[in-house]
Design a protein around this ligand. Structure first.
Ligand code: CP3
Length: 346
């Protein structure tokens, strides 16, 4: 079987005249009427723990949108839940932890002991998706970065200023390190198991990178991310790092150890191509807000991204952040078709 063009783009590079592969962050979700129908009456966490439903959700964007890669249907907060921290998803509010992590004692109550058993259902989803896909497109596994996941655990929910997490980090009294070390270990085991069960690429989501200064990032956070990518290097699968706000950290992320960067919409893709085109594959970075515009606008914005990626054969088209629930499925499909059409011509 020939290698899928998504894996070519992340690896040796696309052969000439091949359309650019495209998938979209949050490609399976509430903007799809068929996802809403699958979800009807089922709480999100219960949905995540029902492999058959997750497999179906993962396949929706492959069947209905023509995406070139599937992403495991799961959530970045399943790790803390499996470490023993009670998690709830509240309608209209998002994730919520009743007992946020603040003290060393709180951290000590989390445990790797039952982690594998607790999170085993995700591995069942991964192997189920691989067989259901039947090699049509590659499967991406993922996790959140320790800092981003830690923010929800320490703040208890979405936070505007991440004050509890930052104060814990700056206190330098061992709590932040203990929490990050635990999350790093759990993430390494989780991602390795995803590969063992069939994931062909891994993406680490670091949504809250943007709230760190470059020096705080280097001092407090980067060592854990490096440890994760170093531990994953012997899996042999491509690794993607998505850091929101990565554009202001080009020097700092250069030696992170991922084989690819996923660029958010606030960064310049062409600058990444110039600097990292020879060493890394690059993914991104259409501003998702253009999906609220008309088809002419979407087409123009797709053209702009493809033009910025011209200097590399290792580009995977994506949004610069996730699709929102109120975006229209027809336009999302139009976006994917347009990427294929315009990039296939060049
Ligand atoms: O990309 C995909 O389609 C795969 C599935 C996926 C989900 N979450 C499913 C989900 C992925 C890759 C994520 C990652 C994730 N989860 C991130 C990192 C990426 C990003 O968007 O910044 C973060 C920060 C989370 C945490 C999270 N999960 C939040 C803040 C929320 C509530 C807000 C929201 O977008 O709904 C969730 C819930 C969640 N995760 C949903 C889905 C489909 C919505 C739940 C529902 O259907 O009601």
């Amino acid at each position: 079987m020939t290698k899928h063009r998504f894996l070519q783009a992340l690896g040796e590079g696309l052969p000439a005249n091949q359309p650019t592969p495209v998938w979209l962050m949050r490609q399976a979700g509430r903007f799809m009427p068929d996802y809403m129908a699958l979800r009807a009456g089922i709480p999100f966490l219960e949905f995540c723990k029902t492999p058959d439903l997750c497999i179906q959700a993962t396949l929706l964007p492959i069947d209905q949108l023509g995406a070139d890669a599937a992403i495991l249907f799961a959530d970045i907060l399943l790790i803390p839940e499996a470490l023993g921290l009670g998690l709830e998803y509240r309608a209209g509010e998002g994730p919520h932890f009743d007992h946020p992590i603040r003290t060393q004692q709180d951290i000590d109550q989390l445990s790797m002991n039952r982690f594998s058993d607790n999170i085993n259902y995700v591995y069942e989803v991964v192997s189920g998706i691989r067989s259901a896909l039947n090699e049509r497109v590659p499967l991406i596994g993922f996790a959140g970065s320790p800092f981003t996941v830690g923010s929800y655990m320490v703040e208890g929910a979405h936070s505007k200023d991440h004050r509890n997490l930052k104060l814990m980090m700056w206190a330098e009294d061992g709590r932040f390190d203990a929490l990050m070390t635990l999350l790093t270990d759990a993430t390494i085991e989780y991602l390795k198991q995803q590969v063992a069960h069939g994931a062909q690429t891994l993406q680490l989501f670091d949504t809250w990178l943007e709230v760190l200064s470059p020096s705080d990032f280097c001092r407090y956070v980067k060592p854990y991310i490096k440890k994760i990518f170093a531990a994953l290097s012997d899996t042999g699968v491509p690794t993607l790092y998505f850091g929101k706000g990565i554009g202001k950290m080009m020097d700092e992320v250069a030696d992170l150890g991922s084989s690819a960067f996923s660029i958010d919409w606030s960064s310049d893709l062409d600058k990444f191509v110039e600097r990292f085109g020879a060493s890394h594959a690059l993914q991104g970075n259409l501003d998702p807000v253009c999906l609220y515009g008309d088809r002419a606008l979407i087409r123009r914005k797709v053209e702009e991204v493809l033009k910025k990626a011209k200097g590399t054969r290792r580009h995977v088209f994506n949004l610069g952040h996730g699709i929102s629930p109120d975006m229209e499925q027809d336009k999302v499909k139009f976006l994917i078709d347009t990427v294929h059409e315009l990039s296939g011509q060049s």
